[in-house]
Design a protein around this ligand. Sequence first.
Ligand code: PEP
Length: 281
Amino acid sequence: LGRHKDDNRQSGFNYNGVDFNQNNLNVFAGLCAVDVPEHVEIMMKALEENGQVCTRMGAYKPRTNPYSFQGHGKGCLPWVFEKAGKHGIKVVAMEITHESHIEEIDTCLEKLGRPTGVMLQVGTRNTQNFELLKAIGRQSTYPVLLKRGFGITLNESLNAAEYLASEGNANVIFCLRGMKTEAGQPHRNMVDFAHVPAVKRLTRMPVCVDPSHSVGTRQHSPDGILDVMHATAQGVIAGANMVLVDFHPKPEKALVDGPQALLMNELPAYLEDIQLCHDTW
Ligand code: PEP
């Protein structure tokens, strides 16, 4: 992944008609966790209406508490992918927590005639799950979104990215999502978006920011601007190439992370602000 950029290989890749590189910007707004078809439909329709071709949808959820909702798993894949295709979504970012999920996703997409594409997400709890990284690295059908580990050094997380590349898959996007520390209060995590230019300098990878899981709340500052928006602006102005962000039609009904989801009527202004930030840096 060009840790030392000692050759001239280009950064980035094209997947399913969408370019991912260190210069452009792709937004993946969507549901943290897939719940009911109605909410997925509302989300995908809104994205289409706002000119978006990417989304995030969680089917396999890694939860801290074993009694919390664990995601619908492979059962929801057919209707999620069909709805994505229906609304012109080309890439769905989807976390997987076990290598068997790659085949579940692939089998489902193949059966449906590949109405959309999938970017395999490795969550922060699995950044150093080396066997999972190696399994994902061995396949080259799907690009990978690798989250930074929330309790390890940046260097250790960048080495995790090399696990993917060393097995053969260099189509990797590196995602900053905040670091776990009490100092981060009142936010869920300490926003680490100052590392965007550092990762771009050290590697060839496009860099994503996840303001939702960094901030973890819909709180807003006295000027009324949402903390998630402030964090997004920090990331994009720092040069982020991708934004992964939670929205939900009814956050109070969301099965995972409702308190940090933005509302559907906030989507147009959010996208507009991101574009402004991107055009500025
Ligand atoms: C997520 O993006 O759904 C998620 C669980 O994020 P993280 O791995 O960063 O906690």
